[in-house]
Design a protein around this ligand. Structure first.
Ligand code: AMP
Length: 193
């Protein structure tokens, strides 16, 4: 089973690239952010997730890990999964390793998309016009999301580096150029498996 973790700060283009990678490799695309946004808005879980997401904070690990695992279990016949926006903490990465080990599989690779901070802020501001996401629209919340990323999420790259499973690509350029770089990185890991 191919298990690709797509990694990068908010605004790096993970969602767009994950959709293309899903088609190219025939994978299931799981975005925890999309799952949270897709919950019944009247449910307690949706209200709880929104109270964190709207301020640019992470939803607590125990809730997020359960949500992720139940999404993966919805696709028992998947030939692989592309994880978009998960894991975002070391605790989530450890939980994913354990969960996949129990299924007799493992993370194949984490592929990071590198984008400088100033470019991220501009992209998120533009995305807010179409996305309608409150967490894209407010510069203070964007700043908080980037701070949370630097604090809690960036260390997850080290977790996979220690397992020799981390590769990063330059995330500045056209969508199709970045897609080609991601495929090259994934193919390299896949070939050397
Ligand atoms: P995203 O669509 O990936 O930008 O996620 C939007 C929001 O959903 C984040 O700012 C978090 O509040 C929440 N979220 C998504 N994925 C996770 C995760 N793996 N851990 C904790 N919170 C998450």
């Amino acid at each position: 089973m191919l298990n690709i973790v797509l990694f990068g700060p908010p605004g790096a283009g993970k969602g767009t690239q994950a959709e293309s990678l899903k088609k190219h490799y025939g994978l299931v695309h799981i975005s925890t952010g999309d799952v949270f946004r897709g919950l019944d808005p009247e449910s307690d879980l949706a209200k709880l997730a929104k109270s964190y997401a709207d301020n640019g904070n992470l939803v607590p690990d125990d809730i997020t890990i359960k949500i992720l695992e139940s999404e993966v279990l919805k696709h028992p016949d998947a030939k692989g999964v592309i994880y978009d926006g998960f894991p975002r903490t070391i605790a989530q990465a450890e939980a994913l390793d354990q969960f996949l080990a129990n299924k007799g599989t493992a993370v194949t690779a984490m592929v990071g998309i590198d984008v400088p901070e100033e470019e991220l802020k501009g992209r998120l501001k533009n995305r807010a016009i179409d996305s309608g996401r409150p967490d894209d629209a407010d510069p203070k919340i964007i700043q908080n999301r980037i701070a949370v990323y630097n604090d809690q999420t960036a260390p997850v790259a080290g977790f996979y580096k220690n397992q020799n499973k981390y590769a990063a690509v330059n995330g500045v350029g056209s969508i199709s150029d970045i897609f080609d770089r991601l495929c090259a990185a994934i193919d390299e890991v896949n070939v050397s498996l």
